[in-house]
Write a protein that binds this ligand. Structure first.
Ligand code: PLP
Length: 358
């Protein structure tokens, strides 16, 4: 058979998800909590009436209404739903892709912007953050001028660094370029800050979010809000019925019971504070501030690969970022888990730091 696969695709390494069976799973920014049993019963009762023989509502209007009213999006903005926000990134890029179209983001950041750009044969420009992982606004404006990107993705808070960027810097980007600027607020529930209220002021602004990190990762639902004219065009590349009926019903139900998710979020924020303090008290770690449900660490005099392996042997799975970007040398990322999981992680990390050779 002739080798039809495009060289750009062959050059990629597939997005790798490690097997976490039997591990304390602190690698993927999941909410560690489940629902109380009464709520699970109510949810199952609701699913009893789901008509699996029929296609779902193609525009998921009930769910959109619920999202609009419960998640603080301006009434004049249009909303598009995706099978996770990953699918929304894909839709935006499909709608603008073309031979000399450029996608821009920052480095280090969420890898899917770059990956989907290469799936679609688009050029990608990653602008490095400064050494405190903040936006280098001068550099960014220069690169925008030089490359004229069609889309700029800014994760806010950023993954994997955990911080929020300067609002002034983002505003400058929004007002001085004609690129579509996507503010990716995957961690908005942990951040207390959002660009949603600025949607009416900027026709090139899209605010993108997901329910994954707020406790519903299994449902795969992302949403984005933005100017009507722009989103109506992007909506044309959406595959019909992209949000299945179980996801529509379950997300609506979860948002009706938002207080459960909110209580979990508050718990995670309190535990983030404790975890940050405990990590800062340990020797040999640089601990970065976090507005998300994870914490980025740098090992000052140990090898991150070794420490990661020791943790893994002890059945604690976190994320090794040491080889993800030059600026992340010897960096690890840990998701905030339950109190018990965090304690186990801290104990295991402490002994790993002692026992690793380098
Ligand atoms: C996790 C994450 C996403 C992906 O969210 P899904 O809705 O689960 O696809 C998008 N952006 C950032 C910055 C993330 O960290």
């Amino acid at each position: 058979m002739k080798d039809w696969i495009r060289p750009e695709i062959k050059a990629l390494t597939a997005y790798h998800v490690p097997d976490a069976t039997g591990h304390i799973k602190l690698d993927a920014m999941e909410n560690p909590y489940q629902w109380p049993p009464e709520l699970v019963d109510q949810w199952l009762e609701l699913l009893r009436d789901a008509r699996l023989n029929r296609y779902p509502d193609p525009s998921a209007d009930d769910l959109k209404l619920k999202i609009r009213s419960s998640l603080g999006l301006p009434p004049e903005s249009e909303i598009i739903l995706g099978n996770g926000s990953d699918e929304l990134i894909q839709m935006i890029l499909m709608a603008v892709s073309g031979q000399d179209r450029v996608v821009m983001s920052i480095e280090p950041s969420f890898v899917m912007y770059k990956m989907i750009a290469s799936f679609l044969n688009m050029s990608y420009v990653g602008v490095p953050l400064n050494d405190r992982f903040e936006l280098d606004i001068e550099r960014m404006l220069e690169d925008i001028k030089q490359h004229q990107p069609a889309v700029i993705f800014i994760a806010y808070p950023n993954n994997p660094t955990g911080n929020l960027f300067s609002e002034q810097a983002i505003d400058k980007i929004l007002t001085t370029t004609d690129a579509i600027v996507v503010i990716d607020e995957a961690y908005f529930s942990f951040a207390d800050k959002s660009y949603a209220h600025k949607l009416p002021n900027h026709e090139n602004l899209i605010v993108m979010r997901t329910v994954s990190k707020m406790g519903l990762a299994g449902l795969r639902l992302g949403y984005m809000a933005g100017n009507k004219k722009l989103l109506q065009e992007i909506d044309k590349v959406r595959l019909p019925y992209n949000i299945n009926i179980l996801t529509q019903l379950s997300t609506e139900f979860a948002l009706q019971n938002r207080h459960i998710l909110d209580t979990q979020t508050e718990q995670i924020k309190r535990d983030r504070k404790k975890l940050l303090a405990a990590l800062k008290a340990m020797d040999g770690l640089e601990v970065y501030p976090s507005n998300a449900n994870f914490i980025l660490l740098r090992l000052e005099n140990k090898n991150a690969d070794d420490v990661f392996s020791i943790l893994k042997e002890q059945r604690v799975l976190i994320k090794n970022l040491s080889h993800a970007d030059a600026s992340l040398d010897n960096c690890l990322r840990v998701t905030v888990g339950t109190e018990k999981e965090n304690e186990k992680f801290l104990l295991t990390l402490e002994s790993a730091l002692k026992n690793s050779v380098k």
